[in-house]
Design a protein around this ligand. Structure first.
Ligand SMILES: [Zn+2]
Ligand SMILES: [Zn+2]
Length: 294
């Protein structure tokens, strides 16, 4: 066999399958990719960037189709505001620009940085339970970071110079999740990436697959929160502390309150909830206080 024909992805795959038959199919595909690339940073960089693009646009697409279906309009939170094709195209252009200029380096530097702190890329994979509890921790950390930095971004000068772009759409749609100034993408993206790095530095226990699944779930959360749709089967009906579109859509409509990303607890505890219901509760509280003082 000629030497260059042996250096294929599937050759690596069959070599690994022969040497370690105990690995499952997915683990063998994974190990073959890293062996084939021969450069972990490059292998992770390409895989994670492609995955990010695929999930971002792949998850936004069903929402774009739903927007074209009149029967679904009854589930739209701000029913009268369906995004036009031009709006969606303008949005996609800016999103792509920040993906290539801001997110690409962030994704690229994640691997060497996390590897420095002890990230593993090897097989076998961690157990589902390990991945689940670590991802749950990342969700809580990100939500906290998001609450405080998003709230800060609503402070006058920061709003005017950075965050205003994200608020261009008062009725959001899936694709608009990452429609923002590159500076904002960097600030908020830090919440997604620094939690796992911190975790890795302290515990020395993080597999990059856990990171991938976390990114996918976080993308789903962000895109769905911007979808503009509220269904009787939306997650927050079953998990009352889950934010979802119901929570974030109001933020876009009212411009103040509801600053967190995944959960409702920060806005609840710090009394920054937005919307008519929160307003009513605030009014009632004030009234009760005034009556007590009399
Ligand atoms: Zn905002
Ligand atoms: Zn938003």
């Amino acid at each position: 066999m000629l030497p260059h024909t042996t250096n294929t992805y599937w050759h690596e795959f069959s070599e690994i399958s022969r040497a370690t038959p105990s690995l499952n199919y997915f683990e063998r595909l994974w190990a073959a990719w890293y062996a084939f690339m021969g450069n972990d940073v490059l292998a992770t960089g390409i895989m994670s960037f492609m995955m990010h693009e695929l999930v971002y646009f792949g998850r936004s697409l069903p929402w774009m189709i739903i927007d074209q279906m009149p029967a679904m309009n009854k589930y739209k939170i701000q029913g009268q505001k369906v995004p036009s094709k031009k709006e969606q195209w303008d949005c996609a252009k800016l999103v792509l620009l920040s993906h290539f200029t801001v997110e690409l380096p962030q994704i690229w530097f994640f691997h060497p940085m996390a590897q420095y702190f002890g990230l593993t890329t090897t097989v076998p994979f961690p157990s589902i339970l390990t991945m689940a509890y670590q991802i749950a921790i990342f969700f809580v950390l990100e939500d906290t970071w998001h609450y405080w930095s998003h709230r800060a971004l609503h402070w006058g000068p920061l709003y005017k110079n950075i965050h205003k772009i994200h608020h261009q759409y008062s009725a959001p749609f899936g694709l608009a999740a990452e429609y923002a100034s590159p500076i904002e993408v960097m600030i908020l993206g830090l919440g997604t990436v620094s939690g796992p790095i911190l975790w890795c530095a302290i515990t020395k226990d993080l597999h990059i697959l856990t990171m991938y699944i976390w990114i996918v779930l976080r993308l789903f959360q962000a895109i769905d929160a911007h979808s503009g749709y509220e269904f009787p089967w939306s997650l927050h009906h079953f998990l009352p502390f889950w934010a979802g579109a119901d929570h974030h859509d109001t933020h876009h409509e009212k411009f103040i309150g509801n600053y967190s990303s995944s959960f409702r607890w920060w806005d609840y505890v710090l009394d920054t909830e937005s919307g008519a219901e929160a307003q009513k509760r605030r009014r009632e509280r004030k009234l009760a206080k005034a009556q007590k003082a009399q």
